[in-house]
Design a protein around this ligand. Structure first.
Ligand code: HEM
Length: 253
């Protein structure tokens, strides 16, 4: 076995391990800790938050970063170097490069949109999001000549960039400020708290469809090779997350 094959096998394994830690903690924050926190009194909350959350956030932010770095390796080796991005026989064109740049830049559009009143309405935000994903997929196929596996993983890349960007740009800096306030005995800034919660919630909604895009190369169903199939699977993923939120709010201690 060549060195690159061995490295890729190891990195794929580690990518899944760090991804599990990252997404597992994300779900724990949102489906376990958030409802628990609402059920505690101020003193208990202060003690638990200041002792427990910094430890959880340590693993959370570093696993997010390692997952992204290892995922980027896989992207280069399997898709760019390994020739899986485009339809067979299609050469790289300006359209293909433009689409990748758009995927990389869309995170900034997402952050700006999340700050507007649209970002406060989860359903409207999701509706706009799915239209953008559908348009992006269409142009990846028509303009970039991406293969089915190629456009599916680039939607996964978009979701992954948003999730990791959310952790490092919004959730972790925001949580640091919240923790500082709690330690000094003052009330945390409600605007920062709302922004952290908003982006953390988005991450939960992105995580389930992201997993679909990551594993999709292993499944072969008749509907595959259709952009509509991907869109339907994303919507099913969002519906599942919404059900889990509903259930999480009802579980008693
Ligand atoms: C920026 C973030 C990410 C990038 C760039 C990325 C990239 C990739 C790539 C290129 C693959 C190979 C897919 C293939 O061979 O068809 C992959 C597989 C995978 N990724 Fe990610 N990923 C990211 C985040 C995540 C996260 C957060 C998880 C959560 C657990 C995850 C879990 C997986 C799994 C389970 C596989 C399947 C491995 C396999 O099929 O053997 N990834 N990822």
């Amino acid at each position: 076995m060549e060195f690159m094959d061995l490295a890729t096998a190891l990195f794929r394994w580690l990518h899944i391990a760090t991804g599990l830690l990252f997404v597992g903690l994300l779900w724990w924050f949102n489906f376990v800790f958030a409802p628990f926190s609402l059920a505690t009194d101020g003193e208990t909350r202060k003690k638990v938050v200041t002792e427990l959350i910094p430890r959880a956030l340590y693993w959370f932010r570093w696993s997010a970063l390692y997952t992204a770095v290892l995922g980027t390796w896989l992207l280069f080796v399997v898709f760019y170097e390994g020739g899986q991005t485009l339809e067979a026989q299609q050469p790289w064109s300006i359209g293909g490069y433009v689409m990748i740049v758009i995927v990389l830049l869309l995170y900034r559009v997402y952050v700006l949109l999340a700050k507007t009143p649209i970002g406060k309405d989860l359903r409207l935000f999701g509706a706009i999001g799915i239209v953008i994903v559908a348009a992006l997929t269409y142009y990846m196929i028509e303009f970039g000549h991406f293969s089915y596996r190629g456009y599916v993983i680039h939607i996964g890349l978009l979701f992954g960039i948003i999730m990791v960007g959310n952790v490092w740009e919004i959730i972790w800096p925001g949580q640091k400020k919240i923790l500082e306030s709690m330690k000094s005995g003052s009330a945390p800034d409600p605007i920062i708290m709302a922004r952290v919660m908003q982006h953390s919630r988005h991450n939960t909604y992105l995580s389930v469809p992201l997993l679909w895009t990551m594993i999709e190369a292993h499944t072969a169903v008749p509907a595959a090779n259709s952009w509509l199939y991907l869109i339907v699977m994303i919507l099913i993923g969002w519906a599942l997350v919404s059900l889990v939120y509903k259930k999480a709010g009802k579980i008693q201690g």
